[in-house]
Design a protein around this ligand. Structure first.
Ligand SMILES: NC(=O)NCCC(=O)O
Length: 393
């Protein structure tokens, strides 16, 4: 159960003998991420506001011709503060309030780019397959109340804000999308990126609500580097990461909502592998919130009406526990520890973007990639008359 393990790293620290711990950590996490000193005011604010605050930094070698390109990103993971049957407007307002107080601490920590979890303004209600009230959480990406709220935050704190929401596309028949809005530190909406891969697994019945994104792999030029947003289930698709990287992304955010029984063993691998394969930084963010309803603990993400997964299992009223564990991976394969598995959190990570080219010059994955060969073979493979290249005796 999620509640019995606060974080994998804390568990290792408790149980691995001190003499072996640093070697264990080097093997598991690589050697780069060092602790980042955060202001005492931020640390005490995080304690007061009851969230996990951690800070790390990735360094690069000094170069003769380029200055360091040091930026700070903030990853925010959170529970829903109100039950799923509270009024829609009240749920959204409570989430805005919670995020605002965490973003204030991010500002104290000098964060330049902040990213929230997938569909952060709502419970992850797609499991229910019901329409109302969940579709009421959808908003215009360009000028919905959440985007306007984030514009204020961005301007006030001089921070780029990546805000993944359920989008209501008024121009195209009021359709819904799973979208990340990117707001510049000036407060201007830079653009949006849509979720390209929609899960059809277990209770993740998202294809009931929206289709695969149609915006490709946009990358946003900000004063703090070029950023892309690969939403949740897209992290299982290496070519999805690749395309953001090919478009020049230096940092790829992966705002997610995923649960323990389904994906927790995959979580530490996928975004980290993408950072290695694409010579970039990746930022994996997962929500927190668990059921424990039947055990008498606080319930989050618990629904009034039971639903099924079409797998022969019993009808149930929750998805399971969202395990948090948000982390950042660097192009050299190192990664930060994860945030808590059970608590709201802010992960502040300082990174020198020069590291990406340094690792690229060492490992040469971009140079040795055989993109033309893959493009040709893929172009053939998607044809209806494709014959797989299998050689037989
Ligand atoms: N939100 C979402 O796409 N979840 C699917 C499950 C997963 O990818 O782990």
């Amino acid at each position: 159960m999620a509640g019995s393990l606060d974080s994998l790293e804390k568990c290792l620290e408790r149980h691995v003998p001190a003499a072996e711990l640093s070697e264990v950590k080097r093997i598991l996490y690589g050697s780069q991420a060092r602790k980042l000193d955060l202001p005492p005011t931020a640390i005490s604010a995080a304690v007061e506001r009851d969230f996990d605050l951690q800070g790390y930094r990735f360094e690069a070698e000094p170069e003769q011709l380029r200055h360091p390109r040091v930026v700070r990103v903030g990853l925010i993971q959170n529970k829903i503060p109100l039950p799923t049957d509270a009024l829609v407007a009240e749920q959204v307002a409570a989430l805005h309030k919670r995020i605002e107080e965490i973003v204030e601490v991010a500002a104290m920590c000098g964060v330049n780019v902040v990213c929230f979890q997938e569909a952060w303004t709502m419970p992850f209600a797609f499991c229910t397959r019901e329409r109302l009230p969940w579709t009421e959480f959808a908003e215009s990406a360009e000028d919905g109340p959440t985007t306007r709220f984030c514009q204020k935050l961005a301007k006030k704190h001089n921070m780029v804000v990546v805000s993944p929401v359920l989008e209501r596309d008024g121009v195209h028949g009021a359709t819904l999308w799973n979208t990340a809005v990117v707001i510049s530190n000036s407060g201007i909406v830079l653009g949006k990126s849509r979720k390209n891969h929609i899960p059809r697994i277990g209770d993740f019945n998202e294809s009931t609500y929206y289709m695969e994104g149609n915006l490709g792999h946009p990358v946003f030029q900000t004063p703090f580097g070029r950023i892309g947003v690969n939403i949740c289930y897209g992290r299982h698709h290496p070519l999805n990461w690749l395309m953001y990287s090919i478009n020049g992304a230096e940092i790829i955010f992966n705002p997610s909502a995923t649960i323990g029984t389904l994906s927790e063993s995959m979580w530490p691998i996928e975004a980290r592998n993408a950072a290695i394969a694409n010579h970039c930084f990746t930022c994996a963010i997962n929500r927190v919130g668990t059921l424990h309803f039947k055990l008498g603990f606080i319930s989050h993400e618990y629904y009034i009406n039971a639903f099924t997964s079409g797998d022969g299992g019993k009808a149930h009223k929750d998805l399971g526990y969202f395990y948090g564990s948000s982390y950042v991976a660097a192009p050299d394969g190192s990664r930060t520890p994860g945030l808590s598995r059970t608590q709201d959190g802010l992960l502040v990570v300082e990174m020198d973007l020069n590291l990406s080219r340094q690792v690229s010059d060492k490992w040469n994955f971009k140079m040795t990639g055989r993109y033309e060969m893959y493009a040709k073979e893929l172009a053939k493979a998607i044809q209806p008359d494709f014959i797989p290249n299998i050689i037989k005796e």
